[in-house]
Design a protein around this ligand. Structure first.
Ligand SMILES: [Zn+2]
Length: 474
């Protein structure tokens, strides 16, 4: 039994019993019941052990064999853009129309002629709509990867400083139903960024928020390069036209662009900003890791800088990232959707070795899986199934290990990315009660079955933010 003994005699607000509780803690603790009080986990254990915590006002949820796991943390989710687009997604719309991905550019460039949101009311509606969707999918935390002045004139309106301002308003009203981390954006989404405006905008950024557990300005997003199918990922290989891509960071030549990217990372690191670098080419990821190594040598921190996408990451760079404590944030659905395009420009062999999820885990790099919604659907169950399919069959007897690794990539690893692993990401006494009820125990299933599992309840900070109607009857 794991319990918070200091306060173990007062009744719980919420008790779940009669099922499987996967804490996802380091010891792999499992229970059949979990108790919540004042927004925190008080006990994970057996059904008999929670009895003493059930009082007159305790809500008791009979799991009847269902499972409780930590809430999902979608660590790369453009929620405002998603809320403005849903039920459409960039790949989803293409799928529906043609039966195959029709879009051939950088997915982020699929911008409409007119902005999707303009007024504060429209931004607010988009955020709230995404929040409802997130709650229904069991998402209790997410990262908005790129909001700020770099996109104030952006085509969609979904990444501007005004969006961040609206998040601050919603948080003050206690209207958010998921915890939100924000990476600031000082350049253009999927476009250029310039060192001097980056540095001055970074200095001008106010990072303090009222309740960082709910809304936190984590750091900064840097778009370092484009994507392989557009011949933009900076690689040691050659594209069919003989080019090798390059950096989006501006500079007079390749050497200056690289120096400017390194300086951006150093500047952000010194200012205490976490850096999330959109990097797809092997050269870009290598330079990013090397710049982080230099910054860490100068001043070791726990900022947990990370690489976003990481398509062509090499084994050598993964080893460097592991040593530095850097994370990798990947969307397996993008691998599934675009690997044929990568094969078309860099060959089958490179495409087959791209997005090396199993190698990432084996190297000891903290792997976070995310949706990049609305590029892909925000449904983590599909994302986990895609990641499993991408990795190929698990070794015999290792199916449970594989499922646990996938669940970790949506809970424990992103909590680490958020610098919040001390208080969220697992179900342990004293940690926040961010949890979900699934209709089946995932450890009895294969990842391919996950999309068929329903999310019956979503709890954030001890409050029920979503409950599936059928679950009320059952
Ligand atoms: Zn993205």
């Amino acid at each position: 039994m794991r319990t918070d003994r200091d306060v173990s005699d007062a009744p719980a607000d919420l008790v779940f019993r009669g099922g499987t509780v996967l804490t996802l803690d380091a010891a792999g603790t499992r229970g059949t019941a979990v108790a919540v009080r004042h927004g925190r986990i008080v006990l994970v254990g057996g059904d008999d052990e929670v009895l003493a915590l059930i009082g007159r006002r305790t809500r008791v949820v009979e799991l009847e064999g269902r499972a409780v796991i930590p809430g999902i943390n979608d660590s790369h989710l453009h929620a405002t853009w998603l809320g403005a687009m849903w039920p459409n997604t960039v790949f989803g719309a293409a799928d529906a129309q043609a039966g195959a991905p029709a879009f051939e550019g950088d997915p982020h460039d699929a911008a409409p002629a007119a902005p999707l949101v303009g007024s504060a009311a429209e931004i607010r509606a988009a955020i709230l709509r995404a929040g409802e969707l997130a709650a229904s999918l069991g998402i209790t935390s997410y990262t908005e990867p790129g909001l700020g002045p770099g996109e104030d004139a952006g085509a969609t309106g979904c990444f501007s400083q005004a969006v961040l301002d609206e998040y601050i308003v919603l948080e003050a009203e206690r209207a958010l139903t998921a915890r939100v981390n924000v990476l600031m954006l000082f350049g253009v989404l999927d476009g250029p960024s310039e060192l001097h405006s980056f540095s001055s905008r970074l200095r001008a950024t106010v990072r303090e928020t009222e309740r960082p557990a709910w809304l936190r300005i984590a750091g900064v997003k840097i778009f370092a390069d484009g994507i392989p199918p557009m011949l933009q990922a900076w690689t040691r290989r050659s594209y069919p036209d003989g080019s090798s891509g390059g950096l989006l960071v501006t500079g007079l030549d390749a050497a200056e662009r690289e120096a400017n990217l390194r300086q951006m990372i150093r500047t952000a690191h010194r200012a205490g900003f976490q850096v999330g670098v959109h990097a797809t080419g092997d050269r870009t990821i290598e330079v990013t890791a090397d710049a982080v190594a230099e910054a860490m040598a100068e001043e070791p921190t726990e900022l947990r800088h990370y690489v976003i996408h990481g398509d062509l990451v090499t084994g050598e760079t993964l080893a460097v990232m592991a040593r530095l404590g850097m994370g990798l944030n990947v969307q397996a659905g993008i691998a599934v959707q675009t690997s044929a395009w990568v094969a078309g420009v860099l060959g089958e062999e490179v495409a087959a070795a791209a997005w090396p999820l199993a190698d990432t885990l084996a190297a000891g790099v903290s792997l976070s899986l995310s949706s990049d919604a609305p590029i892909l659907s925000p449904d983590w169950r599909e994302g986990a199934a895609a990641a499993d399919a991408w990795m190929g069959p698990a070794a015999p007897g290792a199916e449970e290990e594989r499922m646990l690794a996938l669940l970790h990539a949506y809970t424990v690893a992103p909590a680490r990315q958020d610098g919040a692993d001390a208080w969220k990401g697992t179900l342990e006494p004293k940690k926040v009660a961010d949890l979900i009820v699934l209709s089946a125990d995932p450890l009895t299933l294969t990842p391919a079955d996950l999309p068929g599992v329903s999310i019956d309840m979503t709890v954030v900070d001890g409050d029920v933010v979503f409950e599936r109607a059928v679950a009320l009857i059952g």
